[in-house]
Design a protein around this ligand. Sequence first.
Ligand SMILES: [Zn+2]
Length: 194
Amino acid sequence: MMEILGYVLYPGQEDYKTRWIKEEDYDEVVCEECHSLLVDDYFNDDVKLQKMKYDFLWVADGANIFVTEKVKQFIIDNGYTGIELRPLRTMEGVYNLKCNNLITIEKELLDYGKKCNKCGEYTSITTGQYSIFYKNKWYYTYVKEKVKDGFFITDLKFGEHTYKSPELIIGTETYKKMKKAHLKGFIAAPLVKE
Ligand SMILES: [Zn+2]
């Protein structure tokens, strides 16, 4: 059995119809050449999400994560720091989760698209040789150390175009606590030691 160092969270609930980047902001915040979002703290409090059924919800562009009051309380109760919960004007009790705790990941064996001449970003980045498919499940190996209790983001954005964003990572302790608190709407893929 592989040793689990932490988990990367993937959408268990998605709202891919809603656009996070406002049309009028697009030219200003997105590279005209490769369509990468160039502003890390872009925030649109006017976003009109579809129904929030679970506690976590992902919007594809900018891969923004939205959470419920229950998650906010969970974060407060556990004393987790480095997380901004930005309220939406359009939805009571729903927050945009912005995590500022960086985790340094291994980058050598990722799959890189071509580098954009305009902004210098890669057109796409995927997990490449850090992914293992084993018994119907994906595991990732780009983290080398045990992840501490709390929420973190990778120091690199995965995906492509405006869909590029850091991955949200949690510790194994955090995962247990989230399960116990019955938080829903995410899929936790294990980060393992090879
Ligand atoms: Zn570009």
